[in-house]
Design a protein. Structure first.
Length: 114
């Protein structure tokens, strides 16, 4: 991960807010003291999200620090780690997304009925 890539979180939120016609919407997530920001990451990004990113936010000031950074080893779905096998298409076509918002978490937690 590149140092400046971390800034993309806030940049993307700002762009999306502007596109939705609410240019200050991003502040509800990143500047509201009551908001909790979670970063779900892979284990290889732990130092960037727990040391470097918080240091950048503290240097800027006024932006919420990560509340929690749950890190996982590798996402697996009935076999090898996703994205290790032929371009990472293991989840493509999984039954979860056809169930709507509830489907993907079921697939990711291994509760997808065959």
């Amino acid at each position: 991960m590149w140092f400046e890539a971390l800034i993309g979180y806030i940049s993307a939120a700002r762009i999306l807010s502007e596109r939705r016609g609410k240019p200050d919407l991003w502040k509800e997530y990143y500047m509201d003291p009551e908001a909790r920001v979670y970063y779900f990451i892979g284990k290889d990004n732990i130092p960037f999200h727990t040391i470097i990113w918080p240091a950048m936010l503290m240097a800027k000031g006024g932006i919420n620090l990560p509340y929690d950074v749950p890190a996982n080893e590798y996402l697996r779905f009935r076999g090898p780690a996703v994205f290790q096998e032929q371009g990472g298409h293991r989840l493509h076509g999984a039954r979860g997304p056809e169930r709507g918002a509830q489907g993907l978490p079921e697939v990711l937690h291994g509760n997808d009925a065959a």
